[in-house]
Design a protein around this ligand. Structure first.
Ligand code: HEC
Length: 120
């Protein structure tokens, strides 16, 4: 990949609109809370998820696949979240997030811009 292309991709991950992203996040609300001290729902709390170690919410029962990924030192960068929410089952087979994926790149970019406002 060319340097220009890499720069473009890094920028694209953060070029979203946080207000739009808050609306996209409603697709996650059924299973995830986003407020600092909110308890887990079906899925773990996503407050401060960007830069957080994978499978690190205490007291939440992760799948073995997700747990193992965290133990390997996997970190949720914006790029990793982007790839995961596009196709959760492909990126991490055996995880228990039953979500088909957000296929539209602009929806993911907006969502990431919103997630970046949490935990600042
Ligand atoms: C139907 C329920 C459901 C929906 C909808 C859902 N998730 Fe999840 N999510 C889960 C579950 C369950 C896990 C734990 C997976 C595991 O342990 O394998 C999870 C895990 C995650 C993780 C890893 C968290 C960690 O602590 O390492 C991220 C990131 C994530 N989800 C993002 C999202 C985003 C963003 C959306 C909305 C676009 C979303 N999820 C929608 C159920 C859901």
């Amino acid at each position: 990949m060319s340097l220009l292309m890499s720069l473009f991709l890094v920028q694209a991950a953060f070029a979203g609109d946080a207000e739009q992203g808050e609306k996209v996040a409603k697709k996650c609300f059924a299973c995830h809370a986003f407020a600092a001290d909110a308890p887990p729902k079906a899925g773990p709390n996503l407050f401060g998820i960007i830069g957080r170690k994978t499978a690190s919410v205490e007291g939440y029962a992760y799948s073995n696949a997700m747990q193992a990924w965290g133990e390997e030192g996997h970190i949720w960068t914006a790029e990793e979240i982007d790839a995961f929410i596009e196709a959760p089952k492909t990126v991490l087979p055996g995880n228990k997030m039953t979500f088909a994926g957000l296929k539209k790149p602009e929806e993911r970019a907006d969502l990431l811009a919103y997630l970046a406002t949490l935990g600042e």
